[in-house]
Design a protein around this ligand. Structure first.
Ligand SMILES: CC(C)(COP(=O)(O)OP(=O)(O)OC[C@H]1O[C@@H](n2cnc3c(N)ncnc32)[C@H](O)[C@@H]1OP(=O)(O)O)[C@@H](O)C(=O)NCCC(=O)NCCS
Length: 154
């Protein structure tokens, strides 16, 4: 296990973090992801429930990965009577994978959700992201639902 520090994101992480957000969400525009990130880092994101971005910093002070977690008023399969922690984004740079860094970030996200009073945390992934599904299960997450989304032009 390399020397890894999990900490809240700082303004100086912006460029590095943006590259990883673009890699995680390739269908979103880099400009939009950048605008959203700037608002989050400046504390001006238009959100009402608490949220945090955690980063994994290596011994040589580079950022190996990140996890964005927030509270949602409800999530599939969870008790609807109270807010739950929700993993919104989770990414480890390819050359840092399989070293337990993703697990450390999730443990920190779970601690954060507990500190917000949550007794459950939820997450999602694409149906074709089999690695993510296996990793979630390795970390104790159970599948509660599988969805098919539809659209129609009107
Ligand atoms: C998913 C991801 C964040 C995992 O990060 P990671 O640092 O490689 O994960 P870890 O090394 O902490 O592994 C955690 C557990 O998952 C298992 N695991 C990791 N990679 C795996 C793989 N490719 N296949 C099966 N299991 C795997 C590990 O064995 C480990 O379990 P163990 O501790 O019981 O052995 C990383 O693969 C990634 O960034 N993927 C691309 C982006 C993505 O899909 N994000 C999730 C979208 S929700």
């Amino acid at each position: 296990m390399p020397d890894i520090c999990i900490r809240p994101v700082q303004l100086s992480d912006r460029d590095h973090l943006l590259r990883m957000r673009v890699a995680l969400w390739p269908k979103a525009s880099a400009e939009e992801l950048g605008r959203e990130l700037t608002l989050i880092l400046e504390g001006k994101a238009p959100v009402t429930l608490p949220h945090i971005i955690l980063v994994a910093e290596t011994g040589n002070r580079s950022v190996a990965g990140f996890l964005e977690v927030d509270l949602r008023s409800h999530a599939d399969g969870c008790n609807p009577s109270r807010p739950v922690g929700y993993i919104e984004g989770w990414y480890i740079a390819e050359d840092h994978r399989h070293r337990g860094i993703g697990r450390k970030l999730v443990a920190a996200a779970e601690d954060w959700a507990r500190s917000q009073g949550c007794v459950e945390i939820a997450s999602d992934t694409w149906v074709d992201n089999e690695v993510s599904q296996r990793v979630h299960e390795a970390l104790g997450y159970e599948v509660v639902d599988r969805c098919v989304h539809f659209r129609k032009t009107l």
